[in-house]
Design a protein around this ligand. Sequence first.
Ligand code: CA2
Length: 151
Amino acid sequence: MAKTIYVLNGPNLNSLGVREPEKYGHSTLADVEKLCRATAKRYGLGVEFRQTNREGEIVDWFHEAKAKKAAGIVINPAGYSHTSIAILDAINAVAIPTIEVHITNIHQREEYRHHSYISKGAKAVICGFGVEGYALAIQGLASAIGAKAKE
Ligand code: CA2
């Protein structure tokens, strides 16, 4: 059976491509989902793609991913990156390789965005490549879990 990865998106990312395109670009979250599915397919991976505005729901999804034996997780925790010890605890609790993605380069932005609690538990962090960062995260995750690209 095909391995599955979870792609989790935090608060306000439902506005992607609709508001503040000068900051976050013109791709919508539906476009990001298509990009993730197409990238994962190249490695024979299935995708569970989710977005929520609720912190606890993200924590629940980590435990669901564990219960369903997900092979990896890509997460853009959005604003919770800078506040959430609960999501960091969930990453550590489930011990599934997790890649943190940010569309923007958070280090070029306001001081309060420079620190992410999530990074401490993430296998790798990608930021500043726009939504292409999701595809890069899936490629890196595929390599880390030994999923080979199909010809
Ligand atoms: O660069 C990223 O991907 C962020 O995770 C985006 C978060 C921000 O809080 C992080 O510091 C960096 C914000 C997500 C909100 O997304 C919006 C998209 C379009 C319009 C408004 C918000």
